[in-house]
Design a protein around this ligand. Structure first.
Ligand code: 4NP
Length: 172
């Protein structure tokens, strides 16, 4: 984990409320899946009402759409119903969320370009920072042009990363 991420996580660990925004490119595959995984982890934990979880995309091609059918099918096999409606990330998200989690370097670059202030930029972290060493991925790969294995890989990485993120943020 980057030192700046460690500082942010430490600051949020005892916050009474936590607002987490996951961001990818299209907001139809990786980030709505991350939202669903994180919500399931929080719902199974001790204080689900502490958590507000949402997702958004840096692009606007799919605004209003449900997540990609393939991602919904793979998620459903794991007991997750993804019903998020795609939306584009907006400047106000830097006020409305405490931590903004990008899936890959391109998402992180786009988020930094959008951040209105230094403090807003300090809320941006990479999802892969929370993925355990055993999985050895430094970004969450875009599954859009991949086969079934790509979607399964994303869900495995998100499952590991969200559990770690939840614990680091003081979830129990
Ligand atoms: P996501 O995947 O960023 O994980 O939602 C993508 C979905 C759609 C597109 C690209 C990536 N697209 O180009 O439409």
């Amino acid at each position: 984990m980057k030192a700046s991420t460690e500082r942010l996580v430490e600051k949020l660990r005892t916050a009474p409320r936590l607002r987490v925004l996951f961001v990818c490119l299209g907001n139809i595959c990786r980030s709505p899946a991350a939202e669903g995984v994180m919500r399931a982890v929080a719902d199974a934990g001790c204080d689900a009402s502490r958590w507000e979880i949402d997702s958004a995309g840096t692009g606007d091609w799919h605004v209003g759409d449900l997540p990609d059918k393939r991602m919904r099918i793979h998620a459903r096999r794991r007991g997750l119903e993804l019903i998020h409606r795609c939306r584009q990330v907006r400047v106000a998200d830097f006020d409305d969320f405490d931590i903004i989690v990008g899936m890959d370097e391109s998402n992180l670059r786009n988020l930094h370009a959008l951040a209105p202030t230094f403090e807003a930029g300090a809320k941006i972290v990479g999802m892969a920072e929370f993925v355990g060493k055993a999985m050895r991925y430094d970004y969450i790969p875009d599954p859009y042009y991949e086969g079934a294995e790509g979607f399964e890989l994303v869900l495995d990485l998100l499952d590991d990363g969200c559990r770690n993120l939840y614990r680091l943020l003081g979830g129990c």
